[in-house]
Ligand binder design. Sequence first.
Ligand SMILES: C[S@@+](CC[C@H](N)C(=O)[O-])C[C@H]1O[C@@H](n2cnc3c(N)ncnc32)[C@H](O)[C@@H]1O
Ligand SMILES: [Zn+2]
Length: 360
Amino acid sequence: MDLLDIYQQEIEHRVTSPSGGNIYDFQTKSVHAEASLYSFGCTNLHPYIAQHIAESPNTVSVLDYGCGSGADLLIAAQNHPKLELTGFDPCRQMITQAQSLDAHNTVEFTSKDPFSSKYDLILSNAAIHLLDDQKTIIQQFYDNLKPLGACILGEFVCSSKDIDFPNDHFVDSKTPLLFNNILQQEEFLNHFFDAGFEELEVLDRKIFDPSPNILKTMQNGIDSTVFHQKLKSNQFYIITIKALKKLPETPVGFQCHKCQTVQQDTMYRSLNKQVHKNLYNGLIDQKINISHCTQCNTPQFAAPFQIHDMQKQKMAFCFPKSMEIQSKQLHNEIITPYKKRLPHYEMQLFFTPDSFVTFL
Ligand SMILES: C[S@@+](CC[C@H](N)C(=O)[O-])C[C@H]1O[C@@H](n2cnc3c(N)ncnc32)[C@H](O)[C@@H]1O
Ligand SMILES: [Zn+2]
């Protein structure tokens, strides 16, 4: 049986006995009570969608990739009536059901390739773990976002890959989840950085135990004792992530500390190695936040910014060389209070890029 047959069965079953939407809180459900009965998602994305739209009010076009019968988009249409919403799902029956729930035609539901246009926001809830090639779809998300676009996704990931899932474990299941493609969290997140996303935040992470579901539906011929042990030693999570294609840069004017030429550059005010891996690497390569004077080529910091490496427990506070005379005051006002909160961290002020790159 192939994947789309399974989802066809799922939606046929759901139509005869509508229930579901147990991922939503009471408030979200009440926005579109009927559509919320048809959710097949793994987590409630709506609080994060609302927050993102408040922060990025220019968000207009939204795609839900693997939208199923449209619960998330129909709720979003009520919450944010100005959005242009597109829902893509390759399962025709899901799309038919979504259209019948959309009495006012608020959403364009389709089974056709959605990547002929570009979007401000791409959503996906419990869909891309089903794909054999998640790297490629994540790259397509990146390529089909507008320059300041974002992705908000809910997905399954795991802690270890030392497990072979039987490909057909779901055959008898009423609630099929194809666990065999679930990626290790780090690998999944790295696909976003490899695609080019500049910021990636894990907004929420819940532990999830698929083993009763898998064991219940396992086929003969599998050594279930070994399999069960492996399953138990692997931790499964439902994560909610937000990926920004590009961070807004701040333009800054500055005066070269060596030859005094006044000029302009762009800066990122705050970078976290785990969240802004691509920008962090750009900083190490001296491509971002280190300005080279257009006249004398001296490398320098054009404006203050902060770097945070949670793994190495290091923080660097960088300032233009002209601020070095205030270093004592900066130390008291910045390092001292931070040290109180994070005493085990290494923290330092920098006024030139040379020593700074070795500190990181
Ligand atoms: C667990 S359901 C989630 C549906 C929906 N996002 C929701 O929250 O209700 C997974 C969906 O992914 C769809 N799907 C399967 N293969 C897909 C593919 N290659 N690309 C996109 N969606 C796919 C299925 O048809 C199904 O509707
Ligand atoms: Zn200069």
